[in-house]
Design a protein around this ligand. Sequence first.
Ligand SMILES: *Cc1c(COP(=O)(O)O)cnc(C)c1O
Length: 368
Amino acid sequence: MIKFLDLQAINEPYRESFHKSLDELVDSGWVLLGKNLESFEREFADYCGARHCVGVANGLDAITIILQGYKQLGKLKEGDEVLVPSNTYIATILGVYHAGLKPVLVEPDPATFNMDPSRAAEAITSKTKAIFTVHLYGQLSDMEGLLKLSGEHNLLLLDDVAQAHGAHMKDGKKAGAIADASAFSFYPGKNLGCIGDGGAITTDDDELASVISAYRNYGSHKKYYNLYKGVNSRLDELQAAFLRHKLLNLDEDNAKRREIARQYLNGIKNDLVELPFYSGGEDHVFHLFVIKVKDRERFIEYMNEKGVQTLIHYPVPPHKQEAFTEMKDMSFPVSERIHREVVSLPISPVQTTQDTNYVIDVINAYTV
Ligand SMILES: *Cc1c(COP(=O)(O)O)cnc(C)c1O
């Protein structure tokens, strides 16, 4: 069986360093807001090329807290509209809700699955104050287009980098240092994942960084003194320590993912399968390798019979979720089609060439 994602194998090389970090932590007795977090925040900010990094408890909180931070600074207020992709994991949209703002869904470019700046332009109203784009499946959104658009309309440009750690533009600018503020998740299966939940916010904005570093800790800069009605959303010392070890290999891991993607793109030759668009550059870190197949259920069953695990990212578009009954009558045909046809193939830094070739052979033998 070729697993969709082999987390044991991904974490195995770190077993010893994880144990060492755990021992040090037990010895130190300081498990929250300590040296590991401080170091990780510095190292991750440097990695991204951003001035600041603030660790938080998970990716959803990172999205929400960025927006809450701007509210504290008076740059956003209750009810402001935020453009988000209609084709995303639900967290991006939930984060906008949890911050008391109004998500306005924008259809993606069907080739890249990402937010389409020209469609985003059409969705802008006098209430629009921010764009929260997502680099879905690991591929950067059209950041040049979105930077131009947000500049013209004086909007905040924010990005959900939960799937794109390490992706960078042609000029070398990395996700985390392109938008005004960026939200990261370190959920275990992400390209940079901890063993549990974790997240972070990066930004060049000194004021925002200062507000959110308090906001995530009860709004407190100084113990028992509270500046804001904050939340408890801290990235703990143990996860920060683990992330420090794994960050060292992130670029190498991403290169392996790109190599597997190239093998799939060159090797898969079947008219029933639509391959994803890839520029060939490092603006894609292939968190997922997502193909489109018409009769998806049949294909998945076939792959299963051949011993290849696949997953669907995602089966139901956000506006059709029961959680969002207020959006149930809205129509986003591009997203709906994507959600009907996508299938994700196995991809990870520990996948062998032999396994990748097997997946290719199995797909090439698939017939109607
Ligand atoms: C995983 C993910 C999140 C949420 O991250 P959590 O850490 O699970 O809260 C947000 N957005 C996208 C696009 C994701 O893939």
